[in-house]
Design a protein around this ligand. Structure first.
Ligand code: URA
Length: 288
């Protein structure tokens, strides 16, 4: 006879390790499944990330090509040879599909049809974007959380509410900004995205930025800032400074102003003063 408190403890344990969604009607014992055939590795040196020429160059640090002889980037970004099996193929496939998209609608359809990121299997929704596609300001968060996953829109949970209040303080709202995320699918339990997940989805975000053609990019939080700028420094070093983002499909470099993530501000309210300073910096340069 199983005690009810044991069942509750087991449920709590599952929630604690990030299993907070049922994705099938029947439980599946993965341990008893036959090992899946290995996916062929990409040729040595192939990277899951876009070629160096297609990546943004940071404003203040001359960047070397992705992946030195060992395949490890000087900025600590994983490259083809240190990503899990199959990740390079996923990045290449994402790049090919994203490049074909000629409109936001085509890009969203391509993303929804893309199966190269395992997070899609555990997420309820693909979270593409919210806001005004014609806006000058494009905000880029990390990944959907539980509320975003349920509603299919970025920043609709508690951190989204704070973001809305912050934007309102400087005369902005969702009709004046465009919002997306590095990842369109929620990592289970809101864990941090892995480099393989980021590499698999990044080509879609890069095309997203090209199709929007914003006047300024605002990465929210460290994952977003480091990914967009290809830098290793943490957000406390990157925030409030201007960088450039370049991509072949953009008419020129786009200024980038990294800011602290609203979820971080909820945990560290004292840091709101920095966020306020960054918002003023943004509005001084883009008052429109
Ligand atoms: N945090 C993010 O980074 N993005 C969202 O959409 C929600 C929370």
């Amino acid at each position: 006879m199983i005690d009810q408190s044991d069942i509750l403890a087991a449920l709590r344990w599952h929630a604690d390790i990030g299993c907070d969604e049922a994705i099938g009607d029947e439980p599946l014992d993965w341990a008893t499944l036959a090992a899946r055939p290995a996916v062929a590795r990409a040729p040595a040196g192939a990277s899951a990330l876009p070629p160096a020429a297609a990546r943004p160059a940071p404003a203040t640090t001359p960047r070397s090509a992705f992946g030195g002889p060992s395949g490890a980037s000087m900025f600590g970004v994983a490259t083809g040879s240190d990503l899990p099996l199959g990740a390079s193929e996923a990045g290449a496939s994402a790049r090919a599909r994203a490049a074909e998209a000629r409109s936001l609608e085509e890009l969203e359809s391509a993303l929804r049809a893309f199966d190269g990121c395992p997070l899609k299997a555990t997420a309820m929704n693909t979270v593409f974007a919210d806001g005004n596609p014609a806006a000058d300001i494009m905000l880029i968060g990390e990944a959907p959380g539980e509320d975003e996953d349920r509603q299919g829109k970025p920043f609709v949970g508690v951190s989204g509410k704070l973001l809305d209040r912050m934007l309102a303080q400087v005369g902005l709202d969702r009709s004046k900004v465009y919002i997306s995320n590095i990842l369109p699918w929620r990592p289970p339990g809101n864990r941090s995205p892995t480099q393989a997940e980021i590499a698999a989805c990044l080509p879609f975000l890069e095309r997203h930025v090209e199709l929007i053609g914003p006047k300024v990019l605002v990465p929210l939080g460290g994952t977003s800032a480091k990914t967009l700028l290809n830098r290793a420094e943490g957000i406390t070093r990157l925030r409030g400074r201007w960088f450039d983002y370049a991509s072949p499909g953009l008419s020129g470099p786009v200024p980038v102003l990294p800011m602290l993530h609203p979820a971080y501000l909820l945990r560290n309210p004292i840091a709101k003063r920095e966020a306020w300073r960054d918002l003023l910096t943004l509005r001084q340069r883009f008052p429109g």
